[in-house]
Design a protein around this ligand. Structure first.
Ligand code: ADP
Ligand code: ADP
Length: 225
């Protein structure tokens, strides 16, 4: 199995707070990994280190063998735009743009021409059963629809890894299930790995593997699905 991400011995402090003390994780292509654990345990910080958003004080993060710390800022942000996709709890869609324009945006930022970006964004929305809301702005759709549009936006560039931080945290359970179903199905069909932060067991149930984070330390949980 091909290893996409490998983090070893991560330590990260924010002032007096040790967010990560000894965190290690390995993510292979096509798998869905859930980072579980109580609030404040270090899950988001670990996710941000893996995504190259936060630089650990100690330890290394390798993406396809390359040390993220050894890359320049430009190379790292280029990598985030081309190889990574992000879904957050809220607020990630641009309110002034339609859902279609929101989904097309990452392609435009990557230099794709308008017509191509729009047509790929349409296909992505169709795949997630969102054609009906293509022309609406985020304020005119339900929370679940908006979050599925955010999934479409994360997937449209064809990333190898999707990072999702509490992607269903603001949704009721039915919408949460729809979002998790859309995220994991679309990712699996593309052989993209998903690294998911959640404190909810029913969200983690969509994963192949659970890693528990507690006091900044990771522990692999044996789960059989
Ligand atoms: P989780 O995602 O498990 O809730 P976080 O990774 O968000 O945990 O946070 C771990 C600890 O680090 C918490 O005590 C949090 O308050 C602290 N922390 C995280 N990010 C920052 C930051 N940017 N500045 C200061 N403290 C932070
Ligand atoms: P979570 O919902 O995963 O616990 P938080 O709401 O704690 O996440 O944190 C959201 C964002 O705020 C993260 O980027 C985290 O790094 C940052 N953060 C968390 N705690 C603090 C803090 N005490 N000071 C500054 N930033 C923080």
């Amino acid at each position: 199995m091909s290893v996409l991400l490998e983090a070893t011995g991560l330590r990260k402090s924010f002032g007096p707070t040790d967010a990560l003390a000894a965190a290690s994780i390995r993510v292979v292509a096509g798998e869905v990994v859930a980072l579980m654990g109580p609030s404040g345990a270090g899950k988001s910080t670990l996710l941000h280190c893996l995504a190259g958003i936060v630089r650990p004080d100690e330890g290394t993060v390798r993406y396809q063998g390359a040390d993220l710390a050894g890359m320049g800022d430009r190379a790292r942000s280029a990598l985030r735009r081309t190889d990574f996709g992000f879904v957050f709890q809220f607020g990630q869609l641009v309110p002034e743009l339609t859902c279609l324009e929101n989904v097309a945006l990452p392609l435009r930022l990557n230099g794709e021409r308008g017509r191509v970006a729009t047509s790929r964004a349409r296909e992505m929305l169709a795949e997630l059963d969102l054609t009906a809301i293509a022309g609406r702005r985020p304020g005119e759709v339900s929370g679940g629809q908006g979050q599925r549009a955010a999934v479409a936006r994360a997937l449209v560039t064809g990333p190898r890894v999707i990072f999702a931080d509490e992607p269903t945290g603001a949704l009721d359970s039915l919408n949460g299930e729809q979002v998790m179903g859309a995220l994991t199905t679309a990712a699996r069909e593309r052989q993209a790995a998903v690294v998911l932060v959640t404190h909810e067991a029913r969200v983690a149930a969509y994963s192949d593997r659970e890693v528990v984070v507690r006091d900044g330390r990771t522990r692999e949980l044996e789960v059989t699905r």
